[in-house]
Write a protein that binds this ligand. Structure first.
Ligand code: PLP
Length: 401
């Protein structure tokens, strides 16, 4: 029997291929061939969740009160812990009942926000490159993506003046993310002030993804959108516990900011999910209350890896600027090589997995992203394989060493 009538909805058919899924297939094939893979492809932190968080979860698991459906809007205690953390971190006061909403990871919320707010045909402003759900969520919702191409010569900052007036007039939402995945770029506070003024002028809903709030080095402190006066009138900010607290598998994140925007997302989610297991919300409270010494340890870990890899790649001809935040290096491909070809070449010759930049939209073409998710021993092994395979970069061509 032909199954050709089982066709996914257009919103699914419109999605560009998910490069990470294709990368998974290639990784599986390489493993079958017996290659010892060094996977620096995903943004999946490699360490364990902090012990106090695990202990809080184990204790909360024993409490039958946690075994039923959690409250739709998240537990009151977790919401209070979120707003307390926000106040401590950014000196911003938020109402835990209306201005904070726990999420099943920030990806879920970023995607659902698009469904809650975008009607078919609405224009959505999205930087390119960007974290995929920033454009895939709006595509699923039927939005029309206006790519704002980011450029290395502009330090990967959004050039708001490049957005045509008629597009700005019609746009409904602008997604953005600093410190950035994948470019590792950071944005100065003045940029946040500019983008808030832009969004107010054109009545655009501003969505900031501050997933890398804590992974910052060399004394740099990322800006929260909500620190900017007036931002709460038009914007929301997404956070995750996945990165800082090594909790990617736990699926815990949250959104804070404008109460009306949050209400739309809450209404949608109430119809689709039940939120996070209450026991995990208790554990997440513990994470947000961890002392600064824990954060310093995490920051030192990623900074050490960043320095080690950048120095090692420097010896192979790469000139990679040291970014002040995130867990990524954003590396220009050798001249004449596209992202996919270069990532495949590296995988086949060395067993090192890097992500082709075009996975993050057309603006990522010509780059690959390397995640700092292995210790320096493993990164050293990756460098040794690069050297042996002749994967090195020079101004004009790839050459063998
Ligand atoms: C910029 C950005 N936002 C959101 C996420 C998703 O995080 P979560 O685990 O909270 O869904 C990621 C994960 O890599 C990310 O890089």
């Amino acid at each position: 029997m032909s199954l050709s009538w089982i066709t996914p909805a257009e919103r699914i058919q419109k999605l560009p291929p998910y490069v990470f899924a294709r990368l998974d297939e290639l990784k599986a094939k390489a493993r079958e061939q017996g290659l010892d893979l060094i996977d620096l492809g995903m943004g999946n932190p490699d360490g364990a969740t902090p012990q106090p968080v695990i202990e809080a979860a184990m204790q909360a698991l024993q409490n039958p009160a946690n075994h039923g459906y959690p409250p739709f809007e998240g537990t009151a205690n977790f919401r209070k812990a979120i707003t307390k953390w926000y106040n401590r971190r950014y000196n911003v006061v938020l109402d835990p009942d209306s201005e904070a909403l726990p999420l099943l990871g920030s990806k879920e919320g970023l995607g659902h926000l698009a469904i809650a707010y975008i009607n078919p045909g609405d224009i959505v402003l999205v930087p390119s490159p960007s974290y995929p759900v920033h454009f895939r969520g709006p595509i699923i919702a039927g939005g029309v993506i206006h790519n704002i191409t980011l450029k290395e010569e502009n330090d990967w900052l959004i050039d708001l003046s490049s957005i045509p007036e008629e597009v700005a007039q019609k746009a409904k939402i602008l997604y953005f993310n600093y410190p950035s995945n994948p470019t590792a770029a950071t944005a100065p506070r003045e940029f946040f002030e500019e983008i808030v003024a832009f969004a107010k002028k054109y009545e655009i809903l501003l969505v900031h993804d501050l997933c890398y709030a804590e992974l910052a080095f060399d004394g740099y402190q990322p800006t929260s959108l909500l620190e900017i006066p007036g931002a709460k009138d038009i914007g929301v900010e997404f956070h995750t516990l996945s990165k800082t607290y090594n909790m990617a598998g736990w699926r815990v994140g949250f959104v804070v900011g404008n109460r009306h925007i949050i209400q739309g997302l809450r209404t949608l989610k109430t119809n689709l999910d039940y939120g996070i297991f209450s026991a995990l919300q208790t554990a997440a409270e513990t994470a947000l209350e961890l002392p600064d010494s824990y954060l310093q340890e995490v920051q030192t870990r990623y900074r050490t890896r960043r320095d080690f890899l950048i120095d090692g790649l420097g010896k192979l001809g790469w000139n990679i600027p040291k970014s002040k935040a995130t867990m990524y290096l954003w590396v220009r491909c050798p001249v004449g090589m596209g992202s996919t070809d270069f990532a495949l070449d590296v995988l086949q010759k060395t067993g090192v997995v890097v992500t082709p930049g075009n996975a993050f939209g057309p603006g990522g073409e010509g780059y690959v992203r390397i995640s700092l998710i292995a210790d320096c021993d493993r990164l050293g092994e990756a460098l040794a394989r690069f050297k042996q395979a002749g994967i090195c970069y020079q101004q004009e061509a790839v050459v063998s060493v």
